[in-house]
Design a protein around this ligand. Structure first.
Ligand SMILES: C[S@@+](CC[C@H](N)C(=O)[O-])C[C@H]1O[C@@H](n2cnc3c(N)ncnc32)[C@H](O)[C@@H]1O
Length: 297
């Protein structure tokens, strides 16, 4: 089941830590109670907490993970999906990958024997047993570097899908959530986001994801929930503003102002459709593709 390590085609460890290792206490001031750092799934009457749980439940159901043995969460953040898998969905073992030191330490400190977390990229992961389901929420955004050509990005994404295919049991599902370029191109985006918020990182286009997973996964469902991300960013920004003084004490005025600007830019991006939020259920194709033989005559 193990795999050969390839060079991570996406954002480096340093780039990821630049963003995610600012301070756990800082993120706790404006994320939901479980520190989920990706778009929630909103319905009428939701709070940020309930909308985040709805999103996690959606992916657990999408990946058919209820009651299974082993689930991999690629880009597990502070572990809210790992917790939910073992606490509410009877999963025996939940394994998370993250490139953030503070996130992995935070999860280890909770000492849940059913949860394992590795400080490694998916490109270094080498499991000894297969998985029954894979979930990846809000990490695919980091799987390509800025200024790569579309063909280079597709090659990196294909490597990711090949790994997932190799690690999954036959008939199993990958549930994927990612931001993607919508009615826009990379050059429309500000240097500010690339240099100061998510260095070394570039977003996918839907067409690149589709090409990269072809003949490895069947796309079973696909939704664009960009309004959900707009609302999530609004909720995060409101929380940050409400806790501004505490945030400035923790990380300083400059960092808080930078995060406020990043959330405002994101709200406009999702509102205008320049950014979209994709949620996909992908079923592993169990038979490798073979061209149909043409009948003679
Ligand atoms: C926006 S956070 C999302 C966290 C979590 N899934 C959630 O929804 O709360 C992105 C996560 O992807 C992880 N990540 C980024 N690049 C990665 C890579 N190459 N391999 C594994 N994890 C990666 C980061 O460390 C971080 O945990």
């Amino acid at each position: 089941m193990s795999s050969v390590t390839i060079q991570n085609p996406g954002a480096s460890l340093e780039a990821i830590q630049h963003h995610y290792d600012v301070s756990n206490e800082f993120y706790k001031l404006w994320l939901d109670r479980a520190c989920t750092y990706s778009s929630a799934l909103w319905e009428e009457g939701d709070t940020l907490d309930t909308a985040q749980l709805r999103k996690i439940d959606f992916h657990i159901e999408n990946s058919r993970a209820k009651g299974v043995d082993r689930v991999l969460d690629i880009g597990c953040g502070w572990g809210s999906t790992l917790d939910r898998l073992v606490d509410k969905y009877d999963v025996r073992q939940a394994i998370g990958l993250s490139l953030s030191e503070t996130q992995t330490q935070w999860i280890r400190d909770r000492k849940n024997p059913q949860i394992q977390v590795h400080l490694e990229s998916w490109s270094e992961h080498s499991p000894t047993e297969p998985y029954d389901a894979i979930i990846s929420i809000g990490a695919f955004e980091h799987f390509a570097k800025l200024h790569q050509t579309s063909q280079q990005k597709i090659a990196g994404y294909r490597e990711f899908f090949q790994r997932c295919h190799q690690w999954l049991n036959p008939g199993s599902y990958l549930s994927l959530q990612t931001i993607a370029y919508g009615n826009s191109k990379p050059e429309d985006f500000s240097e500010f986001m690339a240099n100061e918020i998510f260095p070394d990182t570039d977003l996918p286009r839907l067409s690149e994801i589709v090409e990269a997973c072809e003949h490895l996964f069947e796309i079973v469902t696909l939704r664009n929930d960009r309004a959900c991300y707009e609302r999530t960013c609004r909720a995060w920004l409101a929380n940050l503003k409400q806790n501004r003084e505490a945030a400035v004490r923790l990380v300083g005025e400059e960092t808080v102002a930078r995060y406020e600007k990043y959330l405002q830019v994101s709200i406009v991006g999702f509102y205008s459709g320049k950014l979209v939020l994709l949620r996909m259920a992908l079923r592993r194709l169990d038979r490798p593709y073979r061209p149909l033989k043409r009948r003679q005559g």
